[in-house]
Each structure stands twice: as C-alpha cells, then as structure tokens.
Design a protein around this ligand. Structure first.
Ligand code: ZN
Length: 298
C-alpha cells in the first residue's frame, strides 16, 4: 500500500516552524516564489505580463515598476492579499495553519494562534477558501468519477421539556435550511462540489461538469436515475456493500468525512445557507458566510 500523502515529506514543504524563523525580507521572498512560481519568484507585471520589471522598493516592502506599461506593483497586487495591513509573515503563517488543518479551522482558533481579531481571521479564512475554489473553476471530471451527496445544516434544537418537543422527522417541523453538498470526485483526487436543496437539483450540475463518456459511481439514490441517459452508471447499494462489482464511492465518502469533521469539530454548526463558503473547492465561494453566534463559542 502506498504511503499516505500526509505522512510524506512532500506534505511538509513549508512549515510554521520555518516561517516563524524568517525575517520579513525572507518571507517576501517565499511569497514571491509562491506567487510567481513559473519564473522562480521573479516579478511578472500583473497588468501586461511583462517580465522586465525594475525594483523600486523603499523600505522593507518590495515594489516593482514594469518597463513596458510603467505601472508600479507589489507581490500582493492583484491577489487576495492586496491592500494588506498585517506583516507578510502573518499571512504565510495563516496559509500554513489553514492548509495544514485537514479538518478545517475555525476563525476564532486562527485568531488566537495569530493574535488577530476574530473578524480579521474570519475574512482571511474566507479569502483562502475563495483561493482554493478558483483552483477548480471550470474543472471537468472525466474517466471514473464518483458522485455523492452529504446533508448539512438545518438543525432544529429540541425544546427543553419533553412534552414541548416536536417530531423533527416531519417536514412541517423542519426549518428548511438543510442543504446537500454534492461532490464530484475524480479518481486522481480532484474534487468539485456545490450546494443544492436536494440531490435532484444537482443532476444538471453533474451533467455539465462530468465529461461525456465517463463512468459515474454513485449510490442508489433515486435522484441519480436522471443521469443514466448520459453516463454509464455503476451504482451500489450501501446497505449491501461499500464496494462491489467495480462500483465504489469511497473517495467521495472520504471527502465528506473531512467535511463532517469540520462541521462538527471545528465550526460546530454551519448553517445551510452559508455552506457554500465553507466546503472546500466550492464553486460559489462568494456565498460564503458563517453563523457568527455558533463560531463565537468555539
Ligand atoms: Zn506592465
């Protein structure tokens, strides 16, 4: 069996320990190498793409001027960190804490770790989620693809006294906030997700984001019947087996197991309406938000 990625040295390419030892100039260097990966950290004009830029820094913050369009820019221009206020070290540390938290991180926890306010940490977290979402924008899954749904939100708190409690299984006693996160997962690990009111509503999204001729692995939920006309389907009844006759949705399930742990262990509660902002590789990060009362308790 191959080694789990998180056990490998590749999962530790940059650590909190190394960042906290850095001087500001070194941190900028790292930021530049991440941003301008293709040129090895050499500045590229965000305006016109020119590679010939002069260093016009004053003080510790790098600043460049493009030879071709004469515009000035910094390593953060045009990124989520433009008009930043904190030292660049703090942002690098935030990125590391955020991406290393495989089961998610609450804004309050990040705020305590970095000594920044809850609001600052909250905005930073959502910026990072947005950055992750752009990675899968326009992604089309193909080959063997797993599809599954995971219901989140819509919790109705039971009344204190037993005689006042309602039957929460009945639709009339639910609050309508429950949503389903539908994940499309390639066998090479790329995951695409979106939020719907029900799995039935997700079939159009699936049809548009999975290449024709692909094989879709799914459970036996009736909603997926609509996909038969377009794809070869391998469906599996989870009451009988998790993997049988070549049909398996374990990779989609493993994505959801992380999502569930983030929901229960980190955020404690994610309201269905704000789910889009929390699930990783979300297609609609701009819908993001959070139930502040819930996070304030973590
Ligand atoms: Zn330029």
């Amino acid at each position: 069996m191959s080694q789990h990625f998180l056990l490998s040295a590749a999962a530790r390419s940059i650590s909190l320990r190394s960042v906290l030892r850095m001087e500001e100039a070194e941190a900028w260097d790292v930021f530049q190498r991440i941003r301008w990966d293709s040129t090895g950290g050499k500045p590229v004009c965000p305006e016109c793409g020119s590679l010939i830029c002069y260093d016009v820094s004053r003080g510790s913050r790098p600043r460049y001027r493009c030879r071709d369009c004469r515009k000035d820019f910094t390593p953060t221009s045009g990124t989520l960190f433009a008009s930043h206020k904190l030292p660049i070290l703090v942002y690098l540390a935030a990125i590391i804490l955020f991406v290393n938290a495989a089961k998610g991180i609450s804004a309050l926890q990040l705020g305590r770790d970095l000594d920044v306010s809850y609001k600052t940490a909250f905005v930073l977290c959502h910026k990072l989620r947005e950055a992750m979402a752009t990675e899968t924008r326009g992604m089309i899954a193909d080959g063997e693809v797993e599809v599954d749904g995971c219901h989140v939100g819509g919790y109705v708190k039971p009344a204190n006294f037993k005689e006042n409690r309602l039957d929460r299984r009945k639709a009339v006693n639910q609050n309508g906030k429950r949503r389903v996160v539908v994940a499309i997962r390639d066998r090479d690990g790329r995951t695409l997700t979106s939020v719907f009111k029900s799995e039935d509503e997700a079939t159009g999204f699936i049809a548009s984001r999975v290449a024709k001729g692909s094989t879709i692995h799914a459970d036996e939920a009736a909603a997926w019947n609509a996909l038969h006309a377009r794809f070869e389907m391998k469906q599996i009844n989870h009451q009988e087996a998790y993997s049988a006759d070549g049909a398996c949705t374990n990779m989609a399930e493993s994505f959801f197991s992380r999502l569930r742990r983030a929901e229960e262990g980190q955020h404690h509660h994610i309201s269905g309406a704000y789910l889009g902002g929390f699930k990783r590789s979300s297609q609609r990060p701009e819908e993001g938000g959070c139930d502040e009362d819930a996070e304030a308790a973590i």
